[in-house]
Design a protein around this ligand. Structure first.
Ligand code: SAH
Length: 213
């Protein structure tokens, strides 16, 4: 598990490229500058790990573009010690960025093979967060409420159980739609009133209903 000077240089270039694309959130840029994305990908993609590209990972899923990770993380406004729920652990890269930002993270993955692979990798890389195999539509009621919720698969609509599990003054970032998705920011104020804002179009793998093992 090598993180070489060469990789650090490539990461610095990626951070510059994200700034050029409009990302300005300093804690997000710092976290992306630290997480060794090449270790979250199949080694055959290593040379391209710091380009702003999505790549295939196990179980027919994809690791999101760094721009998408940066955009969602910026909208989320994570602060240190926030309790954060991620739906769609995938490669673990977005999770590692949030942990690097100080989140107390819980993440759910629905593909068992990918769950196991990523769990082993996170143990090796030493990113501390709680990983659950399960259905993101249900959230994690036993650990709720969450200050922040981030969904990293395209949801058919806004899952009501996730809105329920959002704390007062909480924020949820979720791509909604079939095919293309509209990035939605859902906020819950201190009285529990929900507001929804739209933040442009993206393309994610679909958020799928629960399946049996
Ligand atoms: N955050 C990931 C992105 C992975 S792609 C990363 O940084 O690599 C989206 C992931 O959502 C896939 O791994 C997919 O298996 C998972 N997913 C799809 N539907 C889900 C559901 N209902 N619950 C939990 N995870 C789900």
């Amino acid at each position: 598990m090598n993180d070489l000077v060469r990789h650090k240089g490539q990461r610095a270039q990626l951070v510059k490229a994200l700034i050029a694309k409009g990302i300005s959130d300093v804690p997000v840029l710092k976290a992306i500058g630290k997480v060794p994305r090449h270790l979250f990908l199949d080694s055959s993609f290593e040379e391209h790990a710091y380009l702003d590209k999505a790549f295939p990972i196990a179980s027919g899923q994809t690791i999101s573009h760094p721009y998408t990770v940066a955009f969602q993380s910026s909208l989320l406004q994570v602060q240190a010690r926030h309790k954060v729920l991620e739906i769609g652990t995938g490669s673990g890269y977005q999770a590692a960025v949030l942990v690097e930002m100080g989140a107390k993270l819980y993440s759910i993955e629905r593909q068992s093979e990918l769950f196991q692979l990523t769990k082993n990798l996170m143990d090796k890389l030493g990113y501390p967060f709680v990983m659950k195999y399960g259905d993101g539509f249900a959230g994690l009621p036993g650990f709720a409420p969450f200050d922040r919720i981030i969904v990293t698969a395209g949801a058919p609509d806004i899952p009501p159980k996730l809105v329920e599990q959002l704390a007062p003054n909480g924020r949820m970032v979720i791509p909604v739609g079939v095919g293309d998705q509209c990035m939605k920011l859902i906020t819950k104020d201190a009285e529990g009133t929900i507001r929804v804002e739209e933040h442009g179009n993206f393309r994610f793998v679909p958020m799928l209903e629960a399946k049996s093992r």
